[in-house]
Design a protein around this ligand. Structure first.
Ligand SMILES: [Zn+2]
Length: 318
């Protein structure tokens, strides 16, 4: 993985201006690993919401940022959570304070390292789970990546100023991950939601909870924002966020009902995929939503952890 790979960066990400002080770095892709980012810049100061999965992809992002402001103006990076596709470019902004929620920072201890993911991707793709990892992550080049942890945490809500712009950091709690964070710019009705929102693809519940995902969608809507930058996929409006919330609710209700009737998790996940896949990408991620609902319903022995979720998703791919 030491040679640059053409698919380490997606073909046409772009920095889109959302208002006179807010921008979104959009891949418009629901494929794994191509995460969106946000930029707020005002009066010589800037805040970046998330970096990218690889150093190459983050350099591509920072080249676009430089068209808005000098890189040394980026004094703050807010990490929406600790997954590598949102944080593994942090080292390219050594001057920046890296802020996330206390829950997000604590959850980072359980994340896979760049070396571990590289080793997995270089393994012979034996078995469905490993095959799934290699298929979706094997084309990324993690050479040189050092995972940089947050330098400051917050809980609840915190307001900070970027130049003249008020920015609200929102601790969403456990949903997609053990701790998700959104960045709200109230004066411009913009929210950068990280992976609390997936647009065009199904939500993954790694280590949070499905009720937390539903609650997060409602918190985001309650900001009154009109434009939502999802962690992956295309920009969302309020109806788009409501549709994600309603999809999660429908899955949670169905999964809870299966759990109460004693239906095995694997069977429930298949039934839910058949009923709720819709046209959204990655319907196999419905395994993670089902498993989370089973855990919340108090079912014993529900598998947990990153690898168990990968195995569950891989099992739903055919
Ligand atoms: Zn992501």
């Amino acid at each position: 993985m030491n040679t640059p790979n053409a698919r380490s960066t997606s073909p046409s990400p772009a920095l889109r201006r959302l208002s006179d002080v807010t921008w979104a770095w959009m891949h418009d892709s629901s494929a794994w690993g191509y995460s969106n980012a946000g930029l707020i810049a005002s009066q010589g100061q800037a805040l970046l919401v998330d970096t990218q999965f690889t150093l190459g992809a983050t350099r591509q992002l920072l080249t676009a940022v430089e068209e808005v402001c000098p890189l040394d103006a980026v004094g703050t990076v807010v990490s929406t959570h600790q997954n590598g596709d949102h944080t593994w470019g942090n080292q390219l902004l050594p001057q920046a304070e890296i802020i996330t929620s206390a829950a997000s920072a604590a959850g980072g201890c359980h994340e896979m390292s760049p070396d571990q993911l590289t080793q997995l991707c270089q393994s012979p793709a034996e078995g469905k789970a490993l095959g799934y990892v290699v298929e979706h992550f094997g084309h990324f080049d993690f050479a040189g990546v050092t995972a940089i942890p947050p330098t400051r945490t917050f809980e609840g809500r915190e307001e900070i100023k970027v130049g003249s712009v008020v920015v609200e950091l929102i601790d969403l709690g456990a949903g997609h991950s053990a701790g998700d964070v959104a960045v709200h710019v109230p004066g411009h009705r913009v929210v950068c939601a990280g992976d609390a929102l997936f647009s065009g693809g199904h939500t993954i519940v790694w280590s949070g909870s499905i009720s937390g995902c539903i609650r997060a969608c409602q918190i985001l809507l309650d900001t009154g924002a009109e434009v939502f930058v999802p962690g992956h996929g295309t920009l969302l409006d309020r109806a788009g966020v409501a549709a994600i919330r309603d999809q999660l609710r429908a899955v949670a209700d169905a999964a809870t009902s299966y759990a109460q009737r004693g239906v095995p998790l694997a069977d429930a996940a298949r039934l839910i995929k058949a009923a709720h896949a819709d046209t959204w990408a990655h319907p196999e991620r419905l395994f993670t939503q089902t498993a989370a609902a089973y855990t919340e319903a108090g079912v014993d022995g529900v598998p947990s952890g990153t690898w168990a979720m990968v195995e569950g998703m891989a099992s739903l791919t055919s």
